[in-house]
Ligand binder design. Structure first.
Ligand code: OOB
Length: 540
């Protein structure tokens, strides 16, 4: 059988091992080690309560045994679609301990995407939360199971002892023995992350224990984490930023405390910052103005906060400059991607660097190229597409050999699709994008995916989706459609897309009818022209 993923070439892997980037250690060992070294220290704070390292480790052991008894086997993929709750962390570590492969699914994804991910990964189980979200997550999971024959179990977190019919199981914690992890697994995929994507079908990113562990440890180091650090997870836990930059895993690697914020509102977050003496947290730029406004209004004591990380989409300089005076903490810009590469502004960099660049690569082993359309390196200071290769950047997507050819160079560089310029000091500035994607408040929307859903609606003859500048979202999605007869009302299209199972955040913010789509010289839809149309006639 063809391999599901592309490993690093053996001589490269040997070098990463030799240099100490890669360790022969699975990700759950980070927790095991924490339990051994400082078992009584608080590891996790969530609405369900507090767990110290020893307590969390013991809970993960019991849960791993429970999941194994379902049965779930090492190597099997499991969709984990949970909000920022205690079970997210315990289930994640339990699956890793078991050797099962979590597929991290954002809670906001709809049926269409979840089914596609279940099929692509051949998932054996889907873990959802009880009574959360817009629709009943159990219903969603049961629909997924019907559409995907490999799915044997729907596991509902937050509902102990749920009825077992229809393959629905509660999250049983069994006292049985924990299956021993087979050795030498460190360089196998530990988990699968969702790619922001540029294609009609979602793509999955295989991340190995060794590469992800390095990403976590090295990030913890550049972000200055230590045993006294308290990290507040505000963004969805399943996002790479929250997982490993330095996020939950980086904090566990440093022996710090993870606090889970159940919603991203500044009111909730500020109470937790005050109560738990949070030292570091991470936001997308779209959330930052709300935090600044709330800080001006509130009496909450934010003095514990040392570092505010902002990333996921472009942060404008004016807002960046408000962070230190108005929140009283340092700003750190983070330009990362689930595919691997993380860039951080150094914590001791001057304000000008912190407020005007998106940082520099995390690892001395990150190989960066900035190239023109012919893949030729551009001179420093000239914008070009960013290509990257390194000890924690994938070499190929999961089960996507054909699509890989377009996204990787023959010598293994990942084409990020981001246009960057490199300053004389080696800092990167993101200036644009060549990939066909909308970055909506940090959430990535592949234009093609939405276009395909639009084209499936009756009467839609052509569709093109582009991003338009938006003061609140950074970018909003605009769909241009060519229809038989008059353009249907936006609300009707919105409902039809939701009905098809598309995630609400991917439904176009604006719909515009056109008699035909403008085409380029070679007959492709001219998206540049569409953006110009938008600039000429902005939304009312
Ligand atoms: C993070 O990961 P993804 O996979 O959701 O999205 C990656 C893409 C990048 O290729 C770039 O287009 C954009 O998001 N991006 C930024 C940015 N950070 C990410 N664009 C401009 N400025 C930034 N600071 O978004 C992600 C993963 C780990 C850490 C942080 C963000």
């Amino acid at each position: 059988m063809e391999q599901d993923w592309t490993p690093w070439p053996e001589e490269v892997a040997a070098e990463y091992r030799r240099a100490g980037y890669w360790r022969d250690q699975t990700l759950d060992a980070l927790l095991r080690e924490g339990a051994r070294r400082h078992g009584a220290r608080t590891a996790l704070v969530s609405p369900s309560g507090r767990l110290d390292y020893a307590g969390l480790d013991a809970r993960v052991d019991r849960l791993a045994a429970g999941l194994a008894a379902l049965p779930l086997h090492p190597g099997e993929r499991v969709l984990v679609q949970l909000p920022n709750c205690e079970e997210y962390v315990t289930v994640l570590f339990a699956l890793l301990r078991l050797g099962a492969v979590p597929v991290l699914v954002l809670p906001s994804l709809g049926r269409a995407e979840v089914v596609a991910l279940a099929r692509l990964s051949g998932a054996a189980a889907h873990v959802v939360a009880a009574g959360r979200g817009v629709r009943d997550p159990r219903l969603l999971a049961e629909e997924t199971a019907r559409a995907c024959p490999t799915l044997r179990h729907v596991v509902v977190a937050g509902e102990p002892g749920a009825d077992r019919h229809h393959g629905v199981a509660g999250l049983a914690a069994s006292a049985g023995p924990v299956p021993e992890a087979p050795p030498g697994r460190a360089e196998d995929p530990a988990l699968l992350l969702l790619s922001g994507g540029t294609t009609g079908v979602p793509k999955l990113i295989p991340r190995t224990h060794a590469d992800y562990g390095y990403n976590a440890r090295a990030s913890a180091e550049v972000c200055g984490l230590h045993g006294g650090s308290v990290y507040l997870a505000v963004l969805p836990a399943a996002h790479n930023f929250t997982m490993v930059s330095p996020g939950i895993l980086g904090t566990v690697a440093a022996g710090g405390t993870v606090v889970l914020c159940p919603d991203p509102s500044p009111t909730t977050a500020f109470s937790l910052v005050e109560a738990e003496r949070v030292t570091i947290t991470a936001l997308v730029p779209a959330l930052l103005p709300h935090w600044l406004d709330e800080a001006a209004r509130t009496r909450r004591d934010l003095s514990s906060l040392e570092v505010l990380q902002v990333g996921g989409s472009r942060l404008d300089e004016a807002t960046a400059r408000r962070v230190r005076p108005e929140l009283g903490c340092r700003l750190q810009q983070v330009f990362g991607m689930a595919e691997g590469l993380n860039n951080y502004t150094p914590l001791d960099a001057p304000d000008d660097v912190v407020c005007t660049t998106q940082g520099r690569p995390l690892s001395p082993a990150d190989e960066i190229r900035v190239v023109d359309e012919e893949d030729r390196p551009v001179p420093a200071g000239t914008p070009g597409e960013l290509l990257v290769r390194g000890p924690y950047t994938l070499r190929g997507y999961y089960r996507a050999r054909e699509q890989d050819a377009a996204r990787f160079t023959p010598d293994g560089f990942y084409r990020t699709g981001d246009l960057v310029r490199r300053t004389a000091d080696g800092d990167l500035v993101v200036v644009g994008r060549v990939k066909d994607q909308v970055n909506r408040a940090g959430e990535k929307v592949a234009a093609v995916e939405v276009e395909e859903h639009l084209l499936a609606l009756p009467g839609v003859r052509a569709a093109a989706v582009v991003g338009a500048p938006d003061p609140h979202l950074g970018e909003r999605t605009v769909a241009f459609v060519v229809t038989d007869g008059p353009c249907p009302p936006q609300e009707q299209v919105r409902r039809a897309l939701l009905e098809r199972g598309l995630a609400p955040f991917k439904v176009p913010d604006e719909l515009r009818g056109l008699p035909s789509l403008p085409l380029t010289g070679i007959g492709k839809v001219d998206k540049k022209r569409l953006r110009e149309l938008l600039a000429d006639s902005p939304a009312p």
